[in-house]
Write a protein that binds this ligand. Structure first.
Ligand SMILES: [Fe+2]
Length: 382
């Protein structure tokens, strides 16, 4: 099999590593950074902290603290305006998946022109983006290192997936000291997002030995450390292990892609404005119940890496152990038990299923789903 292996040029890992971004910025050759952060008090504070590091390293900086959760096409255009007005020539994103995706999308618009909606799909970014450093403060989306940006289309109420190797950040930063303040619910949701990345990449039709190694280690670390991270967020070593887990899961899905959990979760997130990790966490066991028949051995591996004893079990029984372990982990960390609790309505499932069948992530799902299959899974997950 011939394949291209995509990762950021540089990854900084470990406690205190954020202090090294100035050196990386020098190597990228910019002079003024647009710092993109979340639209909140916490986001503004993170942006100010990054501004100090950047300015102490001899650069100028402007701040766009305008990335909403599930960033919209409108906010991308606002960010692009600030970038141009301030004459920036590089971008530093800080926060979770939303500021990262927002920063990538702002980068696309300022270099390529037009509206962000023009770039939905795969490989439409022809002119690249400005130098991009991404400072991650959650352990979930892996947007700090992927070639993916998810932006909400405010007219169609859907999440657009933009997938392009040109938007891979130059420098990905995972400093666990920036993750200790993450509240338990966000830790749980983002951790389950990372687990979903690893599981979907491991059973993807594009999985390779490289992505398998990353996915299995990620599943092992998440099974071992996510409960601890939710219970005691202050523990830097636990946060560091979760940061490694989400980064490894990112390596896996950035190269092997995902599956129907994400295709279906994107519709829930876009339609009802729901948190991505929670939608994934609820759907994951139900989608994999459908998938398991075509890749029982893969699910046996997942069960083993989650610490389940599968000695003497048939491959189907072992696969069921994996799905049971995923459900138990979600329940232990307080993920809502079903979509009904999130406000999903059965009468919307037909439209959500139609849109899920157009979502790019489904292309590497190990099994083809019909519209009826998808509606059935949404119903089971209620
Ligand atoms: Fe995700």
């Amino acid at each position: 099999m011939i394949y291209t292996y995509l990762n950021p040029r540089v990854a900084l890992m470990g406690a205190g590593c954020v202090k090294r971004i100035g050196k990386q910025a020098k190597e990228l050759g910019g002079t003024k950074a647009l710092i993109v952060s979340g639209k909140s008090k916490h986001g503004e504070k993170l942006a100010e902290d990054i501004r100090k590091i950047i300015e102490n390293s001899g650069f100028k900086a402007a701040i766009f603290a305008g990335a909403e959760p599930n960033p919209t096409d409108n906010s991308i255009m606002e960010g692009a305006k600030v970038y141009k007005k301030e004459n920036c020539d590089m971008i530093v994103a800080v926060g979770g998946g939303s500021p990262m995706d927002c920063a990538k999308a702002v980068g696309i618009v300022v270099k390529n022109g037009g509206k962000i909606n023009d770039y939905e799909g795969v490989g439409k970014v022809t002119k690249g983006i400005p130098p991009l450093i991404t400072v991650n403060t959650t352990a979930g989306t892996a947007s700090e290192m992927t070639r993916v940006a998810i932006i909400t289309d405010t007219k169609r109420h859907i999440k657009m997936a933009i997938v392009d190797s040109h938007i891979t950040p130059d420098v990905a930063v995972n400093d666990p000291e920036l993750m200790v303040s993450m509240p338990p619910e966000l830790t749980a949701a983002t951790g389950m997002d990372a687990l979903t990345h690893a599981v979907e990449a491991y059973v993807s039709t594009m999985a390779t030995p490289t992505t398998d190694a990353a996915a299995i280690k990620a599943i092992e670390l998440i099974s071992k450390y996510l409960r601890k991270a939710v219970a005691n967020g202050e523990d830097v070593r636990t946060r560091d292990m979760m940061a490694h887990a989400e980064y490894l899961a990112g390596i896996a899905f950035n190269n092997a892609s995902l599956g129907y959990v994400h295709s279906m979760a994107h519709q829930l997130g876009g339609f009802y404005n729901l948190p991505h990790g929670v939608c994934n966490a609820i759907l994951l066991p139900y989608v994999e119940m459908y998938n398991k028949q075509v890749c029982l051995e893969r699910f046996s591996d997942i069960a083993k890496s989650m610490g389940e004893n599968i000695d003497g079990l048939s491959s189907e029984e072992a696969a069921d152990k994996a799905i049971g372990a995923i459900k138990k982990l979600a329940s232990d960390i307080g993920i809502p038990s079903g979509l009904k609790k999130l406000g999903a309505r059965e009468e919307d499932f037909e439209l959500l299923a139609e849109n899920a069948m157009k979502d790019h992530c489904r292309l590497t799902n190990p099994r083809c789903f019909s519209k009826e299959d998808i509606i059935d899974i949404y119903r089971k997950a209620m």
